[in-house]
Design a protein around this ligand. Structure first.
Ligand code: GDP
Ligand code: MG
Ligand code: K
Length: 283
């Protein structure tokens, strides 16, 4: 049968390892590994004629290049090119968790959102039309309780559907960063897309690189520097950043981050209602 390479990506403590352990049938200790440097685990299992090759990656809040985990996860995604990314999201903490999702959208990957901790959402009495949000962002959402294995077969089925292009929700969208930023992205993308760059950028979304250049991302600059017209592109990016910062009167990183949070807030405003039975979490 076919092998589907699946990578689990999500914030620390969203439940990645719990989902991984259930899927792989192991019962290792699940705990907080924060502080331990980058590590990942891989396991295989069979389901409906497919071999799932599943990788548990370190937790990250973002895919910028500020922490070793972020760099690691980003490089893992680019180098290993998983067939499907399972973005494990803590359903009781959507606003923060979906920030990472916006970056997966920029990277133009096949994504399934594992809406984990669904028991907590229910306990809180929250109402979340996750189907509507999924339609909005072109990513199917599957509610799960990772610690109990609830919802995992639905998750596997959805992974297969996304992998085989049979999922009806799955489509690629762009987050709209506003007129000025979009114009800058477009300018940079035109250069990145030149035929001489095709080979080196084959695994990347040029939109993602353009956004990351405007975000003053070190890794993106390093990558672009290796291109034959790299120094021109970097100079162009610096010019675009200057223009943006002058026009919008803020630093470019903040402009992009704010746009991402605004996108998430807007999407949740239409689909999520807090139930008022929340307790403060200790973590
Ligand atoms: P990771 O950091 O993303 O790998 O998260 P873990 O799998 O280590 O889970 C963090 C904590 O959340 C552990 O104590 C798990 O037992 C617990 N947990 C995982 N999934 C769920 C869930 O769906 N519901 C609840 N209530 N707890 C969960
Ligand atoms: Mg873990
Ligand atoms: K953890």
């Amino acid at each position: 049968g076919k092998t589907i390479n699946v990578a689990l990506v999500g914030n620390p403590n969203a439940g990645k390892t719990s989902v991984f352990n259930f899927a792989s049938g192991s019962h290792e200790h699940v705990g907080n590994y924060s502080g331990v440097t980058v590590e990942y685990k891989e396991a295989q299992f069979k389901y409906k004629g497919y071999t799932f090759n599943i990788t548990d990656l370190p937790g990250t809040y973002s895919l910028s290049a500020y922490t070793p985990e972020e760099v690691y996860v980003r490089n893992y995604i680019v180098e290993n090119n998983p067939d499907v990314i399972v973005n494990v999201v803590d359903a009781s903490n959507l606003e923060r968790n979906l920030y990472l999702t916006t970056q997966l959208i920029d990277m133009d990957l096949k994504v399934v959102v594992d809406l984990n901790m669904y028991d907590e959402l229910e306990r809180n009495g929250d109402r979340f039309d996750y189907k509507a949000l999924g339609e909005m962002i072109g990513i199917p959402f599957v509610p799960t309780v990772g610690s109990k294995g609830r919802g995992l077969t639905q998750l596997y089925d959805t992974i297969i559907n996304v992998y085989t292009d049979h999922d009806k929700t799955s489509r690629h969208i762009h987050i709209n960063y506003g007129h000025d930023v979009e114009a800058a992205i477009c300018t940079l993308q035109q250069q990145l897309r030149l035929p001489e760059n095709r080979h080196q950028l084959v695994r990347y979304s040029t939109r993602f690189i353009a956004i990351k250049l405007l975000d003053k991302d070190r890794e993106a600059r390093k990558l672009v520097a290796t291109l034959s017209n790299g120094s021109e592109i970097i100079a162009m990016a610096d010019g675009e950043i200057k223009k943006l910062e002058k026009h919008l009167n803020d630093d470019s990183e903040t402009i992009i981050t704010d746009a991402k949070y605004a996108f998430v807030a807007g999407a949740l405003k239409e689909t999520f209602k807090e139930g008022g039975r929340r307790k403060r979490k200790s973590t």
